[in-house]
Design a protein around this ligand. Structure first.
Ligand SMILES: [Zn+2]
Length: 476
């Protein structure tokens, strides 16, 4: 029996646990850094399967590290379990009906993400035990991926040091390689002015709101003179109040400064800070600038990414049946005409079947093989897996867990990932990650090769974007 057959056999025994985690965490739908019940569920399963748990990793309440085995290679698997506000939705329902009394929902599928990651760790444990191999598997319970930079805080706490390889995944609408993602700094600008009656004593007022507006105008001019790959976005955290006849003496902005590398974001950020100071000077207000967090770009490690994609090719993707296709069809049919047409055309092309066939079974099963292209393609979004990928060679894969054409961060995503579509996605991923790990334990030179590639890419330097003294979740 080869490693592929062994993993397939072990996988059969863990499928129920994976589905149970997905459904339980989906129902909890907790916010970043408050995933107490979700983390407890994952830890309970891992503990009962013989994993040693390091609680409150990096001093974060809902972070943990679960380990099994001894010696090297040391392989990490990343689990997430936070959800998103405003995306509560009943499972399987293709018309908008939020769950009563619940605001949060798993519109990014992290319930399945965590379930698949834990499932993989359990399978790896069985494999190491059966084969009597040297090696350690570490399951990282990572909170607050969405807005809290959880893994960057864990990286600052040295959680990922000493890993030889690391794997993760993300539910999506297709089975594809995970390309590069961009770096990001999140920065808060608090302006302080002087209040006065806006009409009877305007000369006494110094408007913090004016300062924010001038800063935004300045940054919008700056856009023309930064590298084209830079992304600058802002939101008002505080607009100074609701009364037009009171000069606003306080107002705050949150900025995201994104780019292909953290160093580039840092350079642009210095210029954004100058504009903030300029706006303060113009309005005779004061500005307090605080970096609230950040992320490094995601580097897909060639060896790790190939190991994972090869494992999916060997074992196949999610094994959807008529039950899953029937659910997916409801969501396809509920799409606006134009979106539905595009989804069917794309799905038929991806799977090499007719549009009629795909419209009946609108879930992707085709597996995209590994291609070095992943190192060139840049996804214009960010993930805190980026920080892990600068410390350990990391491979990720996207796996179908929603109907083709379903958007990220939508209630439609929440609704589908909470059904057996999400379970099948997590189950297929768990066994593929487990097979990638099994192959790496059997051939330790793979990890050495991966580490060499990482060293070539980063020069062994990791710059953590989290400033000293900042607490997780502070100021956001
Ligand atoms: Zn996500």
């Amino acid at each position: 029996m080869n490693s592929q057959e062994r993993i397939r056999r072990i996988a059969e025994t863990k499928n129920e646990i994976i589905a149970d985690i997905n459904h339980t965490v989906w129902e909890y739908a907790e916010s970043g850094y408050h995933e107490f019940k979700s983390a407890a569920k994952l830890k309970e399963v891992l503990r009962s399967e013989g994993f040693e748990i390091e609680d409150r990793a990096a001093g974060i309440e809902t972070a943990f590290v679960a380990s099994y085995g001894s010696g090297g290679p040391v392989i990490g698997i990343l689990a997430e379990y936070d959800s998103l506000p405003g995306l509560s939705q009943k499972a399987g329902e293709a018309v908008h009906c939020p769950i009563e009394g619940q605001d949060y929902g798993h519109g990014c599928g992290h319930s399945a993400l965590g379930a698949g990651a834990v499932g993989a760790a359990l399978m790896v444990k069985e494999y190491l035990k059966e084969q009597g191999l040297s090696g350690t598997v570490k399951l990282f319970g990572c909170p607050a991926e969405e807005t809290g930079f959880g893994k960057a805080f864990m990286a600052k706490g040295h959680c990922f040091d000493g890993l030889d390889l690391c794997f993760s995944w993300h539910p999506q609408d297709a089975n594809t390689n995970f390309p590069r993602a961009i770096a990001n700094y999140a920065v808060r600008f608090d302006f302080k002015g002087r209040s006065s009656h806006a009409s009877s004593a305007p000369e006494q007022g110094r408007s913090a709101l004016d300062a924010c507006e001038l800063m935004n105008v300045g940054v919008n001019y700056l856009r023309e003179h930064v590298p084209t790959s830079t992304r600058l976005h802002y939101a008002y955290l505080d607009c100074g109040g609701e009364a037009p006849n009171v000069v606003q003496d306080h107002a705050s902005l949150l900025y995201y400064v994104r780019g292909p590398r953290l160093s580039q974001c840092g350079e642009v950020l210095e210029r954004v800070k100058k504009i903030a100071q300029g706006a303060a000077l113009m309005t005779e207000t004061e500005v307090n600038i605080r970096v609230l967090g950040g992320l490094n770009d995601y580097i897909p490690n060639p060896t790790a990414s190939k190991l994972l994609a090869d494992a999916f090719e060997a074992l196949g993707g999610p094994e959807f049946g008529e039950e899953e296709y029937a659910i997916a069809r409801k969501f396809l049919e509920a799409m606006p005409e134009e979106d539905r047409r595009k989804a069917i055309a794309a799905g038929a092309k991806i799977n090499g079947i007719s549009e009629e066939e795909f419209a009946m079974r609108p879930l992707n099963t085709a597996i995209e093989p590994y291609s070095d292209q992943v190192r060139q393609i840049v996804m214009p979004g960010s993930t805190d897996v980026g920080d892990v990928s600068h410390i350990a060679p990391t491979g990720q894969y996207m796996v179908a867990g929603i109907c083709q054409g379903t958007g990220d961060h939508t209630w439609q995503f929440t609704a589908q990932i909470g059904t057996s579509i999400g379970d099948k996605s997590a189950q297929a991923t768990a066994r593929a990650i487990a097979l990638a790990c099994a192959r790496a334990y059997e051939e330790p030179s793979l990890a050495e090769q991966a580490k060499k590639e990482l060293l070539e890419e980063t020069g062994g330097v990791y710059i953590c974007p989290i400033p000293d003294g900042l607490k997780p979740g502070e100021g956001v």
